[in-house]
Design a protein around this ligand. Structure first.
Ligand code: URA
Length: 408
């Protein structure tokens, strides 16, 4: 077998066998196949596609590249959730404590953001003292005792995905549906929960830009789950507009706490939908009843209490969370209705302030970001504050920085 033949075969539109995929990808992991050849293969896959059998093979090769955990063998009601990434998506910080309050077990391994979409690990790192590198033993003990723990992805969990994902990010091969499906499902299957919910984000601020691709991805994620006897459901949700009023790490932590206090907003509704699905999958109850129970733990303060326990157990000092001291209000020029808040544009403005990394060497300023005051459909008067900018540095703004929000 040789890598050139494998690249050529895929370039010509033929399907690859398990052994050919294993030769190429494990060869890359072991340092025998260089970046440029695996990049060429990834590009051929992105353009020519892969069928379900190839996608299942690749998922299996990814899983076997590291350690697979058996969470469901050790605990009852094990759940896991993955979002394909978005703007203002701090759901994990809210749904984790909600799940734990409902007797579910969520061992959440999360990633950092790259580019404009935020990562959960960056958000919790805005809490001074919060430990994102729990030992395996502490991580699983906490899940057993508290119901929820959050850690950054260990180097043992699907190491091949870590390498391939970093390469896809810089070779224009992120949008391939078979590659996305095997990347997501290998991590979820290796993490070991029985019930898995994938939140597929669609829109300007997301990896998946249209509904058709989201539906195909959904079908494939479920098929891969079936092959591993996992209970998989998907949600397809909008990411044309930021999910939260807050964009920026410590601002999003504060907003998550507001939702846990019962603040009604799109993020509140999204969290109820996610938790209700996980609860109904894990305990086999009707979705309507699960929604009522999910909202109950927000209303009665149980999820908020769990959140405080979870943060304290991982060493976080919430009282020391800081937001940038310089606040610049952005006012409306005339009366009207908010007709558009574009997720990508909002993320770009937050990035300009330093809220996310544009390259691997950048440093994130956890305290900066933007806080929107309105959602689409809200009425505003002239000189109302549309949003506040939290910054630590002088930033030269242009009109274009704010054209992501439209009043008509
Ligand atoms: N999330 C992942 O983990 N992998 C992808 O390829 C896309 C989104």
């Amino acid at each position: 077998m040789n890598i050139l033949d494998i690249i050529t075969k895929k370039k010509n539109g033929s399907s690859l066998s398990y052994d050919e995929l294993k030769f190429a990808f494990m060869g890359y992991l072991n340092g025998e196949i260089p970046d440029y050849q695996i990049s060429a293969l990834l590009m051929a896959i992105t353009i020519m596609g892969m069928n379900i059998s190839e996608t299942l093979s690749l998922t299996d090769i990814f899983i076997r590249s590291g350690k697979a955990y058996d969470l469901a063998g050790a605990m009852k009601y094990t759940v896991d959730k993955h979002s394909t990434g978005g703007v203002g998506d701090s759901t994990t910080l809210i749904i984790g404590p909600m799940c734990a309050s409902l007797g579910l077990h969520l061992a959440k391994m999360s990633g950092r953001g790259l580019g404009l979409t935020g990562g959960t690990i960056d958000k919790v790192e805005s809490i001074p003292g919060f430990d994102v590198d729990l030992s395996e033993e502490d991580f699983y003990t906490q899940v057993e005792e508290l119901g929820f723990a959050l850690s950054s992805q260990t180097s043992e969990l699907v190491p091949l995905d870590k390498m391939v994902y970093a390469l896809r990010d810089v070779t224009g091969t992120t949008e391939s549906i078979p590659l996305i499906a095997s990347s997501i499902m290998s991590k979820k299957i290796a993490s070991g929960a029985d019930n898995i919910l994938i939140d597929i984000k669609v829109g300007s601020g997301a990896l998946i830009k249209n509904m058709e691709d989201a539906k195909i991805l959904s079908e494939w994620l479920i098929k891969i789950g079936d092959a591993y006897k996992k209970n998989v459901r998907t949600l397809i949700s909008d990411m044309d507009t930021p999910l939260s009023y807050a964009i920026g790490n410590s601002l999003e932590v504060c907003e998550a706490i507001n939702v846990l206090h019962g603040k009604k907003c799109p993020l509140y509704n999204a969290c109820i939908e996610i938790v209700a699905n996980l609860l109904s999958m894990a305990k086999g109850i009707d979705l309507g009843e699960a929604e009522v129970r999910a909202e109950q733990v927000l209303k009665n303060g149980e999820a908020l209490k769990k959140f405080y326990e979870f943060v304290a157990r991982q060493g976080g000092k919430l009282k020391e969370v800081k937001v940038a001291p310089h606040v610049i209000p952005v006012k409306t020029k005339f009366e009207g209705t908010i007709t558009r808040i574009d997720a990508l544009g909002a993320a770009k403005l937050a990035a300009k302030l330093g809220a996310s990394k544009m390259s691997l060497d950048d440093k994130i300023d956890y305290t900066v970001g933007i806080l929107l005051n309105y959602k689409i459909g809200d009425k505003v008067k002239k000189d109302d504050t549309l949003l506040n900018i939290y910054t630590n540095k002088y930033v030269k703004f242009t009109e274009r920085d704010f054209d992501f929000i439209e009043v008509e």
